[in-house]
Design a protein around this ligand. Structure first.
Ligand SMILES: *Cc1c(COP(=O)(O)O)cnc(C)c1O
Length: 205
């Protein structure tokens, strides 16, 4: 009997091809090649591009990676499979309500303000425990991991390691971190979902 290294299979890091701003024609070759995970940051753009593709390729998983307004949640539910940007309680409550209406549960990452920057959204590391419990116990959300955007021009290694330390305190294991310019560092720190755009599709306008 063939033996598998289940450790390796379980830890397999996924690449989310971030297709924001790119047209369906530009995305299709990767879809046809068999890539599964794609990311968009705008609800309206995603709804213009993906329903047709997903109908034809039902295995595709679509990830919402951008800032999400509560009034857009109802448009997120039908088309997306993951949300990476849950960053406040009002949004969590709205997702919970919409999920009941649609009878569908998305896989969700809590966005962490890992650099504790005043201008950036995200849950503060010290507040994650209460927020996590609210989401899972009171709102019945399927929280699978945490996500971050490290401070610009920072030592990203430091923040990626902080993320991998933080998640150890919780019964979840997905780490969404790393983009075109720092994905190798993120991978080295245990990222399980890398969000890569320009390195795959080329420069955005
Ligand atoms: C655009 C975007 C990415 C991908 O950025 P690249 O530098 O093109 O790889 C990743 N994460 C988020 C949240 C983004 O908005």
């Amino acid at each position: 009997m063939k033996e598998y290294n289940t450790q390796l299979i379980e830890n397999k890091t996924k690449i989310i091809a971030v297709s924001k701003t790119f047209s369906v024609d530009q995305i299709l070759p990767l879809v046809e090649y068999g890539h599964i995970d794609f990311g968009e940051n705008k609800v309206q753009e995603a709804n213009a591009k993906w329903p047709e593709i997903k109908k034809k390729y039902p295995l595709i998983k679509l990830h919402m990676i951008g800032k999400l307004q509560t009034n857009k949640v109802k448009f997120v539910l039908p088309i997306f499979d993951y949300i990476h940007s849950l960053d406040n309680y009002k949004l969590a409550k709205k997702i919970s309500e919409e999920q009941k209406k649609h009878n569908k549960k998305l896989k969700i990452f809590i966005q962490i303000n890992i650099g504790q920057e005043s201008q950036k959204s995200g849950i503060e590391p010290g507040e994650l425990n209460n927020f996590y419990l609210d989401c899972t116990n009171n709102l019945d959300l399927d929280i699978i991991g945490i996500m971050c955007l490290p401070p610009i021009e920072s030592n990203n290694d430091y923040y990626f390691l902080k993320m991998s330390e933080l998640i150890k305190k919780f019964p979840i294991k997905e780490l969404s971190m790393g983009m075109s310019n720092d994905y190798l560092k993120a991978y080295g720190s245990g990222a399980t979902f890398l969000r890569i755009g320009s390195k795959i599709f080329g420069k955005r306008d």
